[in-house]
Design a protein around this ligand. Structure first.
Ligand code: BG6
Length: 514
């Protein structure tokens, strides 16, 4: 397909750097699981928005692979519908037509050799038509048990390397189920592909606000001097969702909140927040720093888990006026399920910068609202010079980074209440993405697909990093798996989670209001 060039659309907003300015080699993208939910809601709409921005290479081809037997045309119309329904911008008919009209579809089971033979033929045709070898990206958006199968079959079919072009494999989460399975999967994938070809997705890294965390820390002289144990009292990282499991029992029952959000998204936030400044914003340097800080998080022993981690499930109730079932009543969930829909942890980063600072992480489904934020609370001032009435309103400064919604950063300060007396109250200094850049940020998947096509792995997870992440979580999984009798706390839908999570905080600390 020849992608349309879109000068008129390219700089709709001069404050936002156009993605189109980055050169991308001609590419064929193959999506395994091309008819699945992720493709439908995220990947195809992301491709449309890249096409809309003129960010796709001039020669771009796409193939969907999935079990369902259907002709190319049906896949194309499904893609069109997904884009119309889920794209963040209303599709331009010409751009949409240009993108979908050449999409190809290869039906079959992922372990069937003939699928790979057909795929090889299709990719060969693209190369012939283009007169050059296109780069090839194999995007694995399937159930995780197929990841090693597909990687292996691509190898057997000789599709893991091309003579004159690049071949890459993008692997969705979950990458492994625990440390041992993640290692096995790494071994299997790396027996076919070189690590430099492997792009493990954590879509949080593609979020603008997550990258802004690095901008905040390393582009401002203001924060870095206080970003350590001498000034910071504690950090709370929250990833709350208001939705339930949304019909995903098949996946969620075997995963739970710890695997689904903590092991990947939340630990990535923690790593970016606490790592040392990398020498350059570049794949090796950044991932080296993240690895170092992840290795400084000492995993608990199995017997320590009960004092640093809390799990819970949502019970039945009324949410925004509607009756909602308990987790254990959701379709496909065992009535005695012990899978957690809420997890809270206290972890420590044992190095010079962070020794002694507690990091509190919590995530859950069916909580009061959807919010992902990092709250960094500084230590109180060492001495209060105001009379007791003035001192009442003095609170420790906080830096709040909101990843979503209302993306931005706010800093709380103590300020004098106007009037004859010296009375203090906290006020906020705010930066909001929406008002400062007057634009909607691109979706994480747009950035990540583009980076995979450019071969830039900075925002993807490396093999040693993924194993370090699992290493921290593994003892908690083991402890929870082994404990088959302690009742799992139930929390009310629309609440801030179980009261048991308060026990992790210590002192007079409280969780931030949801
Ligand atoms: C996914 C999880 O990785 O992240 C989902 O599997 C979760 O359970 C989702 O809902 C949250 O992503 P976001 O971008 O909406 O915060």
């Amino acid at each position: 397909m020849m992608a349309t060039t879109v000068e008129d659309r390219a700089s709709e907003n001069p404050l936002v750097e156009g993605l189109e300015r980055l050169p991308v080699h001609p590419t064929a993208l193959v999506i395994f699981g091309g008819t699945g939910d992720l493709a439908h809601r995220k990947l195809l709409p992301a491709l449309y928005n890249l096409a809309h921005e003129g960010a796709l290479p001039e020669r771009f081809e796409m193939v969907g692979v999935a079990r369902r037997d259907q002709p190319h045309e049906d896949f194309q119309s499904m893609a069109r519908q997904s884009i119309e329904r889920f794209s963040r911008r209303k599709p331009d008919p010409a751009v949409l037509q240009g993108l979908v009209s050449d999409m190809r579809y290869v039906p079959g089971a992922f372990d069937d050799d003939s699928v790979y033979a057909e795929l090889g033929r299709t990719l060969g045709e693209f190369d012939e038509r283009a007169g050059i070898e296109l780069d090839r990206i194999f995007y694995l958006s399937t159930a995780p048990q197929f990841f090693p199968v597909i990687a292996g079959k691509l190898g057997t079919a000789g599709l893991n390397r091309a003579e004159k072009a690049q071949t890459r494999i993008v692997i969705e989460k979950p990458f492994g189920y625990d440390l041992a399975s993640a290692r096995r999967l790494n071994d299997e994938v790396l027996s076919v592909f070189d690590e430099s070809q492997v792009f493990r997705i954590d879509h949080y890294l593609g979020k603008e606000t997550v990258q802004n965390l690095m901008a905040l820390r390393f582009a401002n002289a203001l924060f870095e001097p206080v970003w350590n144990r001498n000034f910071i009292d504690n950090v709370q990282i929250t990833a709350a969702e208001d939705i339930g499991i949304e019909g995903r029992a098949g996946y969620y029952e075997g995963a739970g909140a710890l695997r689904d959000l903590v092991q990947n998204h939340m630990m990535q936030l923690l790593a970016l927040l606490t790592m040392e400044p990398p020498v350059a914003f570049e794949a090796k340097r950044l991932r080296d720093e993240k690895l170092k800080v992840l290795e400084a998080i000492v995993p608990p022993t199995v017997s320590e888990v009960s004092s640093m981690a809390v799990r819970a499930q949502y019970g039945p109730g009324v949410f925004r006026g509607e009756p909602v079932p308990a987790y254990r009543e959701e379709e496909g969930v065992a009535p005695d399920s012990r899978t957690e829909t809420y997890a809270a942890l206290r972890v420590h980063v044992s190095n010079w910068r962070w020794a002694g600072v507690p990091f509190y992480l919590r995530t859950g489904k069916r909580l009061a609202r959807k919010v992902t934020e990092i709250a960094v609370t500084l230590k109180p001032v060492p001495h209060l010079a105001f009379q007791s009435s003035g001192s009442v309103g003095v609170q420790a400064n906080q830096v709040i980074l909101t990843v979503q919604p209302d993306e931005g950063v706010s800093v709380s300060l103590g300020a004098k209440i106007p009037g004859p007396r010296m009375r203090i109250r906290p006020v906020n200094m705010e930066f909001r993405y929406g008002t400062s850049f007057v634009s909607e940020s691109p979706e994480a998947y747009e950035r990540l697909i583009l980076d995979a096509m450019r071969g830039d792995a900075t925002l993807f997870t490396r093999n040693d990093e993924i194993e370090a992440l699992w290493g921290i979580i593994d003892p908690i999984l083991t402890a929870w798996h082994e404990d088959t009798t302690t009742p799992i706390p139930q929390y009310e839908p629309g609440s801030a989670g179980p009261a048991e999570a308060d026990t992790l905080l210590g002192g007079d600390r409280t969780w931030r209001r949801l």
